[in-house]
Unconditional design. Structure first.
Ligand SMILES: Nc1nc2c(ncn2[C@@H]2O[C@H](COP(=O)(O)OP(=O)(O)OP(=O)(O)O)[C@@H](O)[C@H]2O)c(=O)[nH]1
Ligand SMILES: [Mg+2]
Length: 137
């Protein structure tokens, strides 16, 4: 069993697809271990996206992720990191396959509905940014 960090971004909350994202992860067989609704602060956003600090789209990324409430979550299951990334689809929704969350629900690369950890190290790091150990069941 492994754990991953998945987050519905502000566009997903605004568009009312939180339930749809959760439904797909549950239907696949992953188990929800922790969840909350928060408005990400600029400080939290900078920690989350520190790997992208020098990218040209960094400013856009930070202003978008702080633009409204998000739903950070911890999910658990076999190969949870890979499984969640596969269900999410490619980063650019234009290239994401139909049947994936981004392929079915999104059209813009910044507003791509969900975030998912891309490695064991990033899952551990991101879970610790958003949740204390007591908040994970
Ligand atoms: N505007 C813009 N945004 C980008 C670009 N590349 C990535 N992003 C945004 O930055 C986020 C993080 O980029 P990555 O970590 O490389 O992509 P990812 O791992 O598929 O997506 P996350 O799960 O959100 O981390 C993406 O989800 C996009 O919202 C880009 O070329 N232009
Ligand atoms: Mg990423």
């Amino acid at each position: 069993m492994s754990q991953t960090f998945v987050m519905v971004k502000p566009d997903g909350v605004r568009r009312g697809v939180v339930g749809e994202v959760i439904r797909r992860l549950e239907a696949k067989g992953l188990q929800l271990k922790a969840m909350k609704l928060i408005r990400i602060t600029p400080e939290l956003a900078a920690r989350h996206y520190e790997e992208h600090r020098d990218k040209p789209f960094y400013g856009e990324l930070i202003s978008f992720i702080t633009s409204g409430p998000s739903i950070p979550m911890v999910w658990e299951g076999r190969e949870a990191i890979q499984v969640a990334r596969t269900l999410m689809g490619a980063t650019d929704p234009i290239k994401a396959q139909p049947g994936t969350i981004r392929g079915d629900l999104a059209l813009a690369i910044t507003e791509n509905i969900v975030h998912g950890s891309d490695s064991v190290e990033s899952a551990e790091r991101e879970i610790a940014i958003y949740f204390s150990a007591e908040e994970i069941t």
